[in-house]
Design a protein around this ligand. Structure first.
Ligand code: NAD
Length: 331
């Protein structure tokens, strides 16, 4: 029996969470869900959208599945999602992008994974004005940060039987920062002779992904390039409704859809639950429950391919729960 934290989230989050639970229940893996409230609901009562007890619970459990959280506007709170990643030092952001028959996309049979460094680079937030007409942002790349993300990417590739890791950089221009990242990536690659390794300059990587995505497999990127490339990959396979993600650290992992809380649809049971269900699939794989994960993903792929019980974004008129029930029935 696994004990796993569950943050239903804001907006349409609780609806896709409800849908996800009825599908995961059929996976045959015994899970005790520990419900954790964060976001708008607790903000008014507790003065913070991310109470310490939620962080403590995730630290203790080591794993959580999370719906999207709304970033309150005008309250001075920075993104709850970013705060969660920082507080738990979830340094690896993992975003798979695969095509599903029935989801409109430019290519067939794409199966990519972007592993993005989540803590440093230009996102360290160190910036200032230089006088009043210039601004400076500082890009931080460390050997420690580069090593742990590259190692994570190779370990992931081995675990999931992937053939290749591509390091993405701009070391021809940023010889110190991206140069260090590339040097570390090459060094770490030597420990994994069974996985092919190559590197690409980020601009060339973007063009190649658009023209020849089948050439690539796992990509490991510093924070900024990873941010851009992972959205590019989501776009290649048909967008947000089917884009899952994971944030992984040494002491914990939080799985969540890439999309936000889609607040305008709250209460309508209209949005696509697939991204959250696929986040659950990633979670099962993380736990080593590979067979259960495959069964959920297969049922989801079949329902989408059939196209009869899908939500509005995939051209159907099914509700969130109808789509989830169709998946559950196939299992
Ligand atoms: P969003 O992803 O919530 O919605 C953008 C649009 O995408 C929606 O209006 C909808 O048309 C579509 N969409 C999103 N998810 C969908 C789904 N599952 N099925 C069908 N269509 C879907 O982005 P936003 O409107 O920019 O953000 C809303 C809130 O979510 C903000 O407060 C933002 O900060 C937050 N957010 C949270 C996360 C997270 O929790 N990780 C991520 C992104 C945004």
């Amino acid at each position: 029996m696994y004990r796993i934290g569950l943050i239903p989230g804001d907006g349409t989050g609780p609806e896709i969470t409800e849908a996800t639970l009825i599908v995961l229940e059929k996976a045959g893996v015994k899970i005790e869900w520990v419900w954790l409230e964060a976001g708008e609901k607790v903000l008014s009562a507790e003065g913070t959208p991310l109470p310490d007890r939620v962080l403590d619970s995730i630290r203790e459990l080591g794993i959580a599945l999370k719906g999207p959280l709304t970033t309150p506007i005008g309250t001075g709170f920075r993104s709850v999602n970013v705060a969660l990643r920082q507080a738990l030092d979830l340094y690896a952001n993992v975003r798979p992008a695969r095509t599903f028959k029935g989801v409109q996309s430019r290519y067939e049979d794409i199966n990519l994974v972007v592993v993005r460094e989540n803590t440093e680079d230009l996102y360290a937030g160190i910036e200032h004005m230089v006088g009043k007409d210039a601004a400076e942002s500082i890009k931080i790349i460390t050997r420690f940060g580069s090593e742990r993300i590259c190692r994570y990417a190779f370990e992931f590739a081995v675990r999931q039987k992937r053939r290749k890791v591509t390091a993405v950089h701009k070391a021809n221009i940023m010889k110190f920062s991206d140069g260090l990242f590339l040097e570390v990536a090459r060094h770490v690659a030597q420990d994994y002779p069974q996985v092919e390794f190559e590197d690409r300059i980020v601009d060339n990587m973007c063009m190649q992904l658009v023209q020849k995505p089948h050439l690539y497999d796992v990509m490991v990127c510093p924070n900024l390039y990873g941010d851009i490339i992972s959205d590019l990959c989501a776009g290649l396979v048909g967008g947000l409704g089917v884009a899952p993600g994971a944030n992984v650290g040494q002491h914990g992992a939080v799985f969540e859809p890439v999309h936000g809380s889609a607040p305008k649809y709250t209460g309508q049971y209209k949005v696509n639950p697939s991204a959250m269900i696929l986040s659950g699939v990633m979670m099962l794989r993380h736990l080593g429950e590979l067979e259960a994960a495959d069964r959920v993903e297969k049922a989801l792929a079949e329902v989408i391919a059939e196209g009869k019980t899908v939500t509005y974004d995939l051209g159907g008129s099914a509700s969130t729960m109808e789509m989830a029930r169709a998946m559950a029935e196939r299992m």
